[in-house]
Design a protein around this ligand. Sequence first.
Ligand code: MF3
Ligand code: CO
Ligand code: CO
Length: 275
Amino acid sequence: MHEYQIVDGDQTVLRDGTIKLHGPDGFDAMRKAGRLAAEILDACAELVRPGVTTGSIDDAVRGMMLDAGAVPATLGYRGYAHSSCISINHVICHGIPGDKVLKDGDILNIDVTPLVDGWHGDSSRMFYAGEPSLKAKKLVEVTYECLMLGIAAAQPGARLGDIGAAIEAHANQFRYGVVREFCGHGLGRLFHDAPEVVHAAKAGTGPELKPGMFFTIEPMINLGKPWAKVLGDGWTAVTRDKSLSAQFEHSIAITETGNEIFTKSPTGRDCPPYF
Ligand code: MF3
Ligand code: CO
Ligand code: CO
């Protein structure tokens, strides 16, 4: 059984396993947080090129959040000390920004979560440094399609498993691996809340999707096998077979008639190429 909890206004919410159902105040707050996440990722498109360090991009992300009166939700989160995650090539997710220099042909994910007035806008996109290989670009395109097919399946009255089923079916057509170890998640005033949104699932399973639910969909798709491992730094997740990996993430809501994407790019830069 799955428990739902109607939340409104300034109400304190706990990570108690309940699926929160939000009202108009929550929608307004998430539109603001999601919009800032999208604007920051739009700006990242101008920064990504060969020769740039991931640390300099992270500094720029932090600057944009602070300038907007927001706080990077990842800063200090479970000991994480950065304002973004930047995951290059065979890094699946949670890549740590630093001295690493981008080189021509790299594909990378930048994941940002500004905390705006106490609400989390969580989104990530892929970027190209220079000109990646055809097979790298194909992986990125199909991963974006996986996200959007997952979102299309996120309808009131549908089941959570319908999302993962749609994503997995599309990835399977290209013999790509869908990562199981990391999931989408409920969010709002909490960064990571119920439900856990798995990206490979059986249609018709899991809790019913109801208007007012807020969650992310963030499929990680590998060119090779789905298996992941976390490096000794405790964060960086990589493909076990060293194959390339791609990811896109949106924060969405279930509405009475369908869904709303809070983190859509206002300039149409939802997936590359951006120029
Ligand atoms: N933004 C990531 C997500 O999509 C979470 C990053 S947590 C961090 O859920 F600590 F690694 F930054
Ligand atoms: Co997320
Ligand atoms: Co994220």
